[in-house]
Write a protein that binds this ligand. Structure first.
Ligand SMILES: NC(=O)c1ccc[n+]([C@@H]2O[C@H](COP(=O)([O-])OP(=O)(O)OC[C@H]3O[C@@H](n4cnc5c(N)ncnc54)[C@H](OP(=O)(O)O)[C@@H]3O)[C@@H](O)[C@H]2O)c1
Length: 246
């Protein structure tokens, strides 16, 4: 049985990597999906084609989520085309990393704009379109909990902001029957963090399971949170990192 039949979902950064896997999985579960992309239109269209070929419904929306006006606009477009937003997945992200004394204010502004401000704005914009039973699921990182190597202070800081936001949303929105949860992936094989990169062996060495996650494994957790099994999971984070933070 499909767990998301009759539901609608907006996935940010759905053109590649973890977001593409989430959009595809939610559509497979029966949700009508809207996904956003920034510049990879061809990749977004590939995802749409695959979802539609499997009998699903999907739409793509272009937006630079560093710009709050475009965030609001993308959410409004998604609500227009889907009729509602039952599931909001805040996934889009970027990695600016390096020693703290080398990171620039532009690195700070871009990272915080996409990882934090865009999530805050998307939640505000989605709420008028979210019915009781709504789910807000954000993609953090296991680095929000533990930073096992140098160079990730900015990235980790931005992802840990989502912990406070998710906890606060649970308190604010629980009485409206809307839940908020966070997924903290560990090393996941995407263009952001390829499993065949030079440094990949040092990441793998931190994981008791000795491998990177596939994007589909992160999507499986998001699908669980979005579906009936996630109904009572609120104001908390699920770490999906193969035990790296253990
Ligand atoms: N891969 C990992 O090991 C890992 C681990 C922990 C957490 N995460 C988190 O998981 C999420 C997905 O990461 P990923 O590995 O799948 O990354 P990815 O393959 O690099 O994909 C990033 C996605 O975000 C979109 N995006 C980036 N900047 C944007 C902006 N300014 N406005 C709108 N969209 C933007 C990209 O759109 P375009 O395709 O149009 O550029 C793309 O769809 C991120 O939040 C990341 O921090 C990843």
């Amino acid at each position: 049985m499909k767990t998301l039949e009759g539901r609608t979902a907006l996935v940010t950064g759905g053109s590649r990597g973890i977001g593409a896997a989430i959009a595809t999985r939610l559509a497979t579960e029966g949700a009508a999906v809207a996904l956003t992309y920034q510049s990879a239109r061809d990749r977004a269209e590939d995802v749409l084609r695959a979802i539609r070929a499997a009998g699903g419904t999907a739409h793509a929306i272009r937006a630079d989520l560093g710009d709050p006006v475009q965030v609001r606009d993308a959410v409004a477009q998604a609500a227009g085309v889907l009729g509602s937003i039952d599931v909001l997945v805040n996934n889009a992200g970027l990695l600016r990393h390096g020693p703290i004394d080398e990171l620039t204010l532009d690195d700070y502004a871009q990272t915080m704009a996409v990882h934090v401000q865009a999530v805050f704005v998307a939640v505000q914009a989605a709420l008028p379109h979210m019915r009781e039973g709504g789910r807000i699921i954000s993609i953090g990182s296991n680095l929000a909990v533990r930073v096992p190597a140098p160079g990730f202070a900015l990235y980790a800081m931005s992802k840990s902001a989502l912990v406070g936001l998710t906890n606060g949303l649970a308190r604010d929105l629980g009485p409206r029957g809307i839940t908020a949860a966070l997924v903290h992936p560990g090393s996941t094989n995407t263009e952001m963090n390829p499993a065949d990169a030079e440094h990949a062996d040092s990441e793998r060495a931190l994981v008791p399971l000795g491998r990177y996650a596939a994007a589909e494994e992160i999507a499986a957790t998001v699908a669980h949170l979005a579906g009936p099994g996630g109904a009572f999971i609120n104001g908390t984070a699920v770490v999906v990192d193969g035990g790296a933070n253990a």
